[in-house]
Write a protein that binds this ligand. Structure first.
Ligand SMILES: Nc1ncnc2c1ncn2[C@@H]1O[C@H](COP(=O)(O)OP(=O)(O)O)[C@@H](O)[C@H]1O
Ligand SMILES: [Mg+2]
Length: 277
């Protein structure tokens, strides 16, 4: 009798945890025209496109942070629960806790006059309702996981006492402190020196796999995408022009606009082709 060897069973691909379906956003005028994408645990979904294409509006919609005047249609579900139309109190239980975010400029996400320890522990306690000492312990663990040196000492310091790259690591530590399922990162390396960008991306890549995070990485920079995204969606003028696993998109772009973006990447074969043509 033969029994199936468990080691030979195909690893089932994970179900998406967050699903955006036919999302439309209008603020005075239509700005996002029906976009759909899925975020899956352990994968980075890159959302690319030129400035003004609707990337930030899309991530703000997931967080329920669009201006009140915005008209939103379609569906955004977190493990099957519809997020659009949730009451403020229900949304607060999701935002920062199950869906965390990291923004472009780490200096605006941190309060300049409060210590890192104060900010991290307040954030953790607000969401997890744990005693102060436990929140502090978690903060130290998280700072260590994002490779901020001497976490205990870091807790006593103020944001300006850190470099931009270290500040972004601290923001990532804060975002992950409550063990979210989904991480939205909107241009997380755009404000940083090129030399520190790679380190932050590598960190995000590692954390995504280690903690089985479902990540939406928003960036206008396809170079960043090519470095770490598993799946890439390209937006233009509020619409998706192309969506595919990274390798497929980079090696065989179907859409003319995607091709033109790729051609602009330094050192890309398409760039050389474009120069010859
Ligand atoms: N609060 C707002 N009110 C009106 N229009 C907005 C608002 N926020 C963004 N927009 C417009 O929506 C479009 C998409 O913006 P955004 O999502 O920020 O683009 P991206 O992040 O891709 O650069 C742009 O044309 C922008 O001017
Ligand atoms: Mg933006």
């Amino acid at each position: 009798m033969t029994r199936p060897d468990p080691a030979l069973r195909a690893i089932p691909s994970r179900e998406p945890v967050l699903r955006i379906k036919d999302l439309t956003i209008a603020i005075g005028r239509p700005l996002v025209h029906g976009i759909s994408l899925d975020l899956t645990p352990g994968r980075i979904h890159g959302l690319a496109g030129e400035s003004g294409s609707g990337k930030t509006l899309t991530s703000l919609a997931v967080l329920g942070l669009l201006p009140r005047s915005a008209e939103v249609g379609g569906s955004i579900t977190l493990e099957g629960t519809e997020l659009l139309g949730l009451k403020r109190t229900q949304l607060n239980a999701v935002r920062g806790r199950r869906i965390a975010m990291v923004f472009q400029d780490p200096s605006t996400s941190l309060h300049p006059q409060l210590t890192i320890g104060h900010q991290l522990t307040a954030h953790i306690r607000a969401h997890l309702k744990v005693p102060k000492a436990e929140a502090r312990r978690r903060a130290i663990v998280e700072l260590d996981r994002v490779h901020v040196p001497d976490p205990e000492h870091a807790l006593r310091r103020y944001p300006h006492q850190f470099s931009g790259g270290q500040r972004q690591r601290i923001c990532i530590a804060g975002a992950l402190a409550c063990d979210p399922e989904v991480l939205l990162a909107d241009e997380p390396t755009t404000a940083l020196d090129v030399t520190v960008q790679a380190g932050i991306l590598e960190l995000l890549r590692g954390l995504t796999s280690e903690r089985e995070l479902a990540v939406l990485l928003v960036t206008h920079d396809l170079g960043v995408m090519s470095a770490i995204a598993d799946d890439v969606t390209v937006m233009r003028s509020g619409r998706i022009v192309e969506s595919a696993p990274r390798a497929e998109l980079f090696h065989n772009p179907k859409d003319e606009y995607t091709r033109s973006l790729l051609a602009a990447l330094p050192g890309s074969p398409l760039e050389k082709e474009a120069q010859r043509g």
